[in-house]
Design a protein around this ligand. Sequence first.
Ligand code: ZN
Length: 193
Amino acid sequence: MAFDPSPDDALVVVDVQRDFCPGGSLAVPEGDEVVGVINRLAPRFSTVVTTHDTHPADHCSFTARGGPWPPHCVEGTQGWEAHPDLDVQADFQVFKGRDRDQDGYTGWTKELADFLSRQGARRVVTVGLALDYCVQATALDARAAGFEVVVLTDATRAVNVRPDDGARALDALRAAGVHEDRAGEAPMPSSGV
Ligand code: ZN
């Protein structure tokens, strides 16, 4: 069974960027495996949002400034770009992390909440990278903002700095009332050519 979006569902595709995929500077294991799943899923949603981790070269989350991460998603670099095979038409884009002194993982913003409300969205379906950081934070914030939230577990991957971080993230999401489902085998979009 494929996940069956309803008209008041919005798909939020979190940070499917080169640096978070194998070969990137902060690669999520199997991160690129979400790309095909998301490409098949996105055309079935009436509202699609993408988020983009977007840092200055001296961001506070980088090890050079005492942060936990290697440099990644520096704006304008190849690693910042969306995965080259990602093929989604975004109705709204969020660029997060531009403030050099502000760390954080969520892709949720007041502007996004307002956009989704204008679209009539009631449920937020969250996919992308990484489950145990930005997907988790975005889903929790969407939930806190009063939306129904679903995470599609086969359209996300965890960094797993500790081996069970992905499982912990799912526990935290469940505890907050976020639902889990799977994208499953969605039909291929008709080619139109
Ligand atoms: Zn980042």
